[in-house]
Design a protein around this ligand. Structure first.
Ligand code: NAD
Length: 433
């Protein structure tokens, strides 16, 4: 099938590469000319395991190409995917500006029947909005349909998630349109669910809101564990073994970040309010999450004492492991808070340093965890990169000036830390001290 994917970011580039790998002819479009030039030169704009090889293979085989020319790419396509960003406005509302721009461009280019698929995460009702924009901007009436096909990939395992998704959701206006998408996805042999367009849009938000709720729930439990002298990691284990609850997304820590959960929870609260429903439950989830970084700084300050003049080694900057994505990363708020309290932040991340440098001011960047720990008054683990759970704390202790290790993700074995004569402070782990 001839496919056009508009927006060559985490979702668009991975989706385009995978569709090409399945034997389709794919053109990926972006309005960022530098990004397209990089891709043409074989340079990946993002870090994603396995992506570079998959892109190179399909470009070499002539199934995958990159362009800034939306019109040309739309004209040759049977299906056009919209995968542009949908950031939050200050009031939580989703900014559909890029989606609208692309819909207008599609309308102006379209010459024959086209299936327009919204893969960006968009509020319920956006399918109708995209249809209206296209109708309004067509030079002459050309038939088309708008489908919602929300994306569930996770950064860091995006290729694997796209090849083996838990489910493929197709929100289509008719069975016939749904069939086009079913045919495209058939080679993956994964469960598919066909719904109407608004339900598909809601499935995405409801899923992210539910996962965020699990995270904030266990973080609230962690707060109580700290006050009560319990260990949230044991509580999590005990809860997670109940199959009705499950252990996924039940890890206490610095809260959720990244480019999806924060904006999607805000957006759903906003959409609900617009429709006349006060989603108080989700508002509380958002509030619990917002308090995490400040709470963590309090934990550090309580253990280290006044932060003024202290050197704090921050281990991990990306919002989660296996990605260089710094959007809504806890490290940003945390570092700013530590600096505001007079501390020097010395940071290390195995992958995200380049992105972090664009966003963090006055931070010293180290080339390794040990370099960050040299002479530090405290070590603070912010992202649970696997290498941090394997740190040799005996060796670390001899480099550090202070004795404190604060584990913001409960990813380190406290016995390894305390065995090296250091003090361990986790999240919700009063009894692990
Ligand atoms: P991104 O910022 O990485 O990529 C978006 C791309 O769209 C950028 O390359 C940008 O230059 C391009 N773009 C913006 N306006 C454009 C225009 N008018 N014409 C052409 N290109 C344009 O975003 P992303 O992380 O890939 O997310 C895309 C969508 O997918 C969002 O709605 C997001 O919520 C959703 N989503 C993201 C993830 C994820 O893990 N990143 C997972 C599921 C869903």
């Amino acid at each position: 099938m001839n496919i056009c994917v508009v927006g060559t970011g985490y979702v668009g580039l991975v989706t385009g590469a995978v569709f090409a790998d399945l034997g389709n002819d794919v053109v990926c479009v972006d309005n960022d000319a530098a990004k397209i030039a990089d891709l043409d030169a074989g340079r990946m704009p993002i870090y994603e395991p396995g992506l570079e090889e998959m892109v190179a293979r399909n470009v070499a085989d002539g199934r995958l190409a990159f362009t800034t020319d939306l019109a040309a790419a739309v004209r040759r396509a049977v299906i056009v995917f919209i995968t542009v960003g949908t950031p939050a406005k200050p009031d939580g509302q989703t900014d559909l500006g890029a989606v609208e721009d692309v819909a207008r461009g599609i309308a102006q280019a379209m010459e024959r029947y086209t299936v327009v698929v919204n893969k960006s995460t968009v509020p319920v009702g956006t399918g109708d909005f995209v249809r209206e924009v296209i109708e309004r901007h067509q030079a002459r009436p050309v038939p088309f349909d708008v489908v919602s096909n929300p994306e569930f990939l996770r950064e860091g395992s995006a290729i694997e998630d796209t090849l083996r998704p838990d489910r493929i959701v197709i929100g289509a206006p008719t069975q016939q349109v749904a069939m086009t998408l079913l045919e495209l996805y058939a080679p993956l042999e994964r469960p598919m669910i066909i719904t109407d367009v608004p339900s598909a849009e809601m499935i995405k938000y409801a899923s992210n809101a539910f996962l965020s709720t699990k995270i904030s729930f266990i973080n609230a439990i962690a707060n109580i564990c700290e006050l009560a002298g319990a260990d949230v990691t044991q509580v999590m284990k005990g809860m997670g073994l109940d199959p009705r609850i499950g252990s996924a997304f039940l890890a206490a820590g610095l809260g959720y970040g990244g480019s999806c959960f924060p904006k999607d929870t805000d957006s759903l609260v906003h959409t609900a309010a617009t429709l006349g429903y006060d989603f108080a439950l989700l508002r509380a989830v958002v509030d619990v999450n917002r308090e995490r970084a400040a709470h963590f700084v309090d934990v550090i300050a309580k253990a280290v004492g006044p932060l003024d003049g202290r050197v704090i080694a921050v281990l991990g900057l990306a919002f989660k492991p296996n990605t260089d994505d710094m959007r809504e990363a806890s490290s940003l708020v945390l570092a700013a808070r530590l600096q505001a309290d007079g501390a020097t932040v010395r940071a290390y991340d195995p992958i995200a340093e380049e992105q972090a440098r664009k966003l963090m001011v006055g931070v010293d960047f180290a080339d390794s965890a040990f370099e960050a720990l040299d002479g530090a008054d405290a070590a603070v683990i912010v992202t649970e990169w696997p290498e941090f759970s394997e740190i040799d704390w005996q060796a670390a202790a001899s480099r550090m000036a202070g004795r404190l290790v604060v584990d913001g993700r409960n990813c380190v074995d406290p016995r390894g830390v305390t065995g090296a004569g250091l003090l361990y402070e986790g999240i919700g782990r009063a009894s692990a001290r």
